[in-house]
Design a protein around this ligand. Structure first.
Ligand SMILES: Cc1cc2nc3c(=O)[nH]c(=O)nc-3n(C[C@H](O)[C@H](O)[C@H](O)COP(=O)(O)OP(=O)(O)OC[C@H]3O[C@@H](n4cnc5c(N)ncnc54)[C@H](O)[C@@H]3O)c2cc1C
Length: 477
């Protein structure tokens, strides 16, 4: 059956308003790395009388974009100063390394090389290095040291000393030591324990008072949000949750419960824009699903590789070129590329349409394109050994081909009758690296805007934002 209205509007027809049977304080929608980090921080910071529910529609946590990415801990070097991506990535990177060390989550600080094979690419590396030197403006004065993005400019010989498989054509490279890789499911598991187990990660509390103030955290799996309403009588939200929904035909319903929450955090990844439409009433933000294909590689020409290797990208900074990444077992893959799938209208009518695009492309043309791009810096690979591996889908909110940089969008419109509805939209890369810092950011935002507690280090103040925007200008051009 084809519908002429958006999925969000259709759901509002299918699920009429239902009075809530229970009340909680915070409801986080989405059990990916971002939603889990937000929930863990809310449990930790908002007080012992507060209850935080995290609802995840799948039967397990972290099965969507969090499970389908490069698992790179990004340094933060690519993003305009003052942007959320820059700030949350740098802060998140440091938090992630600390957490991995402390809690035994798999990770490796591999470092990364961005390589130039033509003279015309050298200015790009120089610009990147210059940009990295300004990054310390970004964070609070007490963590300037740790937030720096260290880089080292290398000539071709020096680059090949580090990575002997590199082509003789490589004439310069930028070494970025803070890049690494992480076990994303390890991160997901540790966050879910932190939400539900009061004695997990107790070292993270700076005082016993903070520990005593820990609230209650509950994760609910296999449950999806189908409707969100502002309660007309007060500032709270009424959320309808559906279980036993998988395998339903269009028009059929599972079991629906209704809960009241003071705060709703929409961290639903690829489903977030449609959920927002259901609340806001129109499509003020559009979702553009953009697929990234990976090719695995086993064979000659990479035997000594120990770092991530990126070529110089084209003008589009959202695509970093066909690069080499490693997993924690030392397996090599190339990608992701950038492949637009569907249109924003398709995403509006069926926010899950991307599921049919999940198989990685096995097009011979794509394999040739990957090979051509990689042979430029790793000349001894055998293109025949490139094999389609997996793919991930980016929840972009900027139209494909649009010029300029697209930041994460965090919205809390407390003045537009939407107080308590916090939206996290466009969490493409480096969302995994940024997840822990995003959790802290949202927890601070909620404490400021909802509970009136003034938190240091939360949101960037208006004046500072402006100054940082100016610093960013040269970079965006
Ligand atoms: C190809 C690719 C490569 C990437 N590489 C990197 C990288 O190397 N490093 C990096 O830092 N970042 C990377 N990213 C970005 C990173 O993967 C994402 O930013 C991050 O995983 C987003 O996490 P999330 O929690 O926002 O979304 P998700 O992991 O998608 O979680 C959202 C959750 O919400 C649930 N949900 C949706 N709708 C509902 C509903 N109605 N009710 C209940 N639950 C719902 C979904 O089931 C899902 O589990 C990459 C992304 C892609 C696509």
């Amino acid at each position: 059956m084809s519908r002429t209205i958006s999925r969000a509007k259709y759901l509002r027809q299918l699920y009429p308003y239902k009075s809530p049977s229970t009340s909680i304080d915070h409801l986080v929608i989405g059990g990916g790395a971002v939603g889990l980090s937000v929930a863990a921080e809310l449990v930790k910071n908002t007080g012992r009388d507060k209850t935080t529910f995290l609802v995840e529609r799948r039967g397990q946590l972290g099965q969507e974009t969090t499970a389908r990415n490069s698992e790179v801990i990004h340094s933060g070097i690519y993003y305009p100063l003052g942007s959320l991506k820059s700030r949350l990535c740098i802060e998140g990177r440091d938090l992630l390394y600390d957490r991995c060390k402390k809690l035994g989550i798999g990770y490796k600080n591999t470092g990364k090389l961005v390589v130039a094979t033509t003279e015309s690419q050298i200015p790009y590396l120089q610009k990147l290095q210059k940009h990295s030197r300004h990054s310390s403006f970004l964070t609070n004065s007490n963590d300037i040291e740790s937030s720096k993005i260290h880089t080292k400019f290398l000539n071709g010989e020096e680059a090949r000393e580090l990575e002997p498989d590199l082509s003789k054509n490589v004439i310069g490279a930028l070494l970025i030591p803070s890049t690494g890789i992480v076990d994303s499911q390890g991160l997901v598991d540790s966050l879910s324990r932190e939400i539900e187990e009061s004695d997990y990660n107790i070292d993270d509390f700076s005082s016993s008072l903070e520990k005593e103030n820990r609230g209650e955290g509950i994760i609910v799996l296999g449950t999806r949000v189908v409707r969100i309403d502002k309660d007309p009588k007060d500032d709270s939200w009424v959320i309808q949750l559906e279980t036993n929904w998988e395998g339903l035909e269009e028009g059929q319903k599972g079991d629906v419960e209704s809960v009241r929450a003071q705060v709703v955090v929409n961290a639903a990844g690829l489903g977030a824009v449609s959920l927002t439409e259901g609340v806001v009433g129109d499509q003020d933000i559009k979702m553009y699903a953009v697929k990234g294909n990976y090719m695995s590689y086993k064979g000659p020409g990479v035997g000594n590789v120990s770092r991530l290797i990126y070529p110089c990208p084209s003008a589009n900074i959202d695509h970093l070129g066909t690069h080499l990444t490693l997993d924690l077992d030392g397996n090599i893959k190339f990608g992701p590329d950038v492949q637009v799938i569907g249109t924003w209208e398709e995403a509006m009518n069926n926010p899950d349409f991307w599921e049919k695009h999940l198989s990685p492309s096995d097009s011979p043309d794509l394999i040739s394109k990957f090979a051509e791009s990689v042979l430029d810096y790793l000349p001894f690979i055998n293109p025949k050994n490139l094999s389609p591996d997996y793919s991930g889908i980016r929840p972009n909110i900027a139209a494909p081909g649009s010029q300029g940089f697209s930041d994460f969008l965090i919205r809390h419109d407390r003045d537009k009758n939407r107080k308590g509805f916090v939206e996290l939209l466009g969490f493409n890369s480096p969302g995994l690296t940024s997840s822990l810092a995003t959790g802290k950011y949202i927890s601070n935002l909620i404490q400021n805007d909802i509970y009136g507690k003034n938190q240091n280090g939360g949101r960037i103040g208006k004046g500072k934002e402006k100054r940082l925007e100016e610093l960013a200008k040269g970079w965006e051009a």
